[in-house]
Design a protein around this ligand. Structure first.
Ligand SMILES: *Cc1c(COP(=O)(O)O)cnc(C)c1O
Length: 386
């Protein structure tokens, strides 16, 4: 890789690619990477099939997204959160939430400025911040409970800090920030005049009464926030790669400029189908959450019984466990042994972290899998630990 530009060398491999390759090689049950192993709602799939059959979207869709999808994003923000976004100038359709995040950082952060992320963090942020020539400031969540630590954030702030990335429901921990925590994060951003990237890819994946509170809905926050959504996560079609960003025109405008020079446009027929998804009735979203919550309960009950300390997942696809009660000192060592010895793959949180003093003891397990797959993983772990 001698030709790879220096600033991207630390990002040559991803832990997900590495662990999935290991799972394939060993025939291990892969609870590493977070994607569902069943498809999404039939209405949405049929809308994509219809769009292809009828030849809609065969050619480049409009540069900033199919107007039908932009209108659907705008209506969705109003329906669920009471947030008004202008579908003409306040929404941009992207190649997954991934591209929305990349375009936002590239468009709004100058080289040498700092982006604050809460650690552990989704690995894409680090790579994109590096690509932008910016600097990552990773502030650890609290050690035992994995909650935002405003004191640590305040201490890490510098005059060069330009943007705060807030991801709730939070990958990898499965934590959903409370209204109080979101208010504190908003006050922090407001007080220090930071732009905010609100990665809300898991906005519809919260459980029990851990309701998702969008940052842009708080007073004074819409004006400084780019909110990112993912059709892949909200409708279980991660392979379709449709996402979006919404916010005020003076932030979405720059994001549009950068994004049009990345993929230009993406997936015409899938954009049409995602608009159908966003208009689905509440029964879909309620049922989706209930299904995932049942999977969470299934996996977490098993992991608890095996002796892990499980951080109760309040949202997302993921359960985070402390491996120390089982006699391991380190989640990384645990995750490197368990595929070989038990035939199951999990992800060490330390791979998504600059702060081993907080992240080292944890391993992350994806529960967005068929019951038979979860049961087989637990059976193997029971045999290994047993
Ligand atoms: C999966 C994920 C994304 C990317 O979503 P895509 O729509 O698949 O590109 C962004 N942020 C977080 C936190 C994710 O887990």
């Amino acid at each position: 890789m001698t030709h790879l530009v220096a600033r991207m060398r630390p990002y040559e491999r991803t832990i997900f690619g590495e662990m999935s390759a290991l799972a394939t090689r060993l025939g291990a049950v892969n609870l590493g990477q977070g994607f569902p192993d069943t498809g999404g709602p039939d209405e949405v799939r049929r809308a994509a099939e219809r769009a292809i059959a009828e030849g809609h979207g065969d050619q480049y869709p409009p540069a900033h997204g199919n107007p039908v999808l932009r209108a659907a994003v705008s209506e969705h923000q109003r329906r669920f959160y009471g947030i008004d976004v202008d579908p003409d100038v306040g929404v941009v359709v992207t190649t997954g939430a991934t591209e929305a995040i990349a375009a936002t950082i590239l468009a709004l952060v100058e080289p040498g400025q700092q982006v604050m992320v809460l650690d552990p963090y989704f690995d894409l942020y680090a790579a994109t911040i590096a690509l932008a020539g910016a600097e990552r400031v990773a502030v650890p969540l609290t050690a035992h409970t994995l909650r935002p630590d405003l004191g640590a954030m305040r201490a890490a702030l510098t005059p060069r800090t330009r943007m705060l990335v807030v991801n709730s429901p939070h990958n990898p921990t499965g934590v959903v920030f409370t209204r109080g925590e979101v208010e504190a994060l908003a006050a922090f951003a407001f007080e220090h005049d930071l732009l905010v990237l609100a990665d809300e890819a898991y906005e519809h994946l919260w459980f029990d009464d851990n309701v998702h509170v969008p940052l842009a809905g708080l007073p004074g926050m819409f004006e400084r926030t780019v909110t990112v959504g993912s059709g892949g996560k909200s409708f279980s079609f991660t392979g379709w790669k449709v996402g979006w960003a919404s916010g005020p025109p003076d932030l979405i405008g720059p994001v549009r400029v950068v994004r049009q020079h990345l993929s230009y446009v993406s997936g015409g027929p899938f954009q049409e189908a995602m608009a159908v998804g966003l208009h689905l009735p509440d029964t879909y979203f309620d049922g989706f959450r209930a299904d995932l919550a049942a999977k969470r309960d299934r996996l977490c009950a098993g992991l608890t019984e095996l002796g892990f300390r499980v951080i109760p997942p309040q949202g997302t696809y993921f359960a985070t466990t402390d491996v120390r009660p089982l006699g391991f000192t380190d989640g990384d060592e645990f995750c490197r042994r368990v595929p070989h010895e038990a035939g199951v793959v999990a992800i060490p949180l330390s791979a998504l972290s600059d702060h081993p003093e907080v992240s080292a003891p944890y391993a992350r397990w994806a529960f967005c899998k068929r019951d038979a797959v979860l049961d087989e993983a637990l059976r193997r772990l029971r045999g290994w630990l047993g």
